[in-house]
Write a protein that binds this ligand. Structure first.
Ligand code: AR6
Length: 185
């Protein structure tokens, strides 16, 4: 199950794709890990990345050490189909006011896209950051992620291809309904 949205920016037309699937199977230049600031690959997306990518990813994370909430750092993808993993530090929802949690989630998405560009990569797959162990409400996360990606694509001069890979059909529908309204398909 998937749908595509086209985001125009002058001469460029970027693609935002929403799909249901397992992010560790994606073949984009980078996949995003829903990470913690200690850079320890735990359960959920991180656990799947560790299992399929191999221990090299955790070793590279250990070298980096830690990062801030809202930040993003890159490692290789080990044995994954994707050659790179961008570790995005989403907020633990209940640790912040709703507004601050939204700002942190938005920053983690924006910084992931900046890291992608800084490394001269052009395609990326995001999971629904912070909506599992970190408890961020999914509808709100969809609004923040889609509006942040839209804003970024409308201002970048690089041709980028962005996807959001949702684990369940239910999550896919939540995100797709937001995209349909927000991006007016
Ligand atoms: N592919 C796509 N989406 C997935 C997959 C997968 N293989 N597995 C889970 N999801 P989470 P967080 C969805 O908990 O909330 C870890 O221990 C899941 O259904 O992975 O940011 C880390 O090490 C949910 O919607 O990330 C951190 O400590 C979304 O991905 C902490 O959890 C995010 O769920 C991060 O928590």
């Amino acid at each position: 199950m998937e749908s595509q949205y086209f985001i125009k920016n002058g001469e460029l037309t970027h693609i935002l794709k929403l799909m249901q699937g397992d992010i560790t199977e994606q073949e984009t230049d980078a996949i995003v890990n829903a990470a913690n600031t200690n850079m320890k690959l735990g359960t959920g997306v991180a656990g799947a990345i560790r299992r399929k990518g191999g221990k090299i990813i955790q070793e590279e994370c250990n070298q980096i050490g830690s990062s801030e909430v809202g930040g993003a750092v890159i490692t290789t993808g080990g044995n994954l189909k994707s050659k790179h993993v961008i570790h995005a530090m989403g907020p633990i929802y209940h640790q912040y006011s709703p507004k601050d949690a939204e700002i942190h989630l938005s920053n983690s998405v924006k910084n992931s896209l900046i890291v992608l560009q800084d490394n001269k990569l052009s395609s990326i797959s995001f999971p629904a950051i912070s909506t599992g162990n970190y408890g961020f409400p999914k509808q709100k996360a969809a609004e923040i992620m889609i509006s942040t990606i839209n804003e970024f694509l409308k201002s970048t001069l690089n041709q980028l291809s962005v996807e959001i890979c949702l684990f369940s059909i239910n999550d896919y529908e939540i995100f797709n309904n937001v995209a349909r309204i927000f991006l007016k398909k």
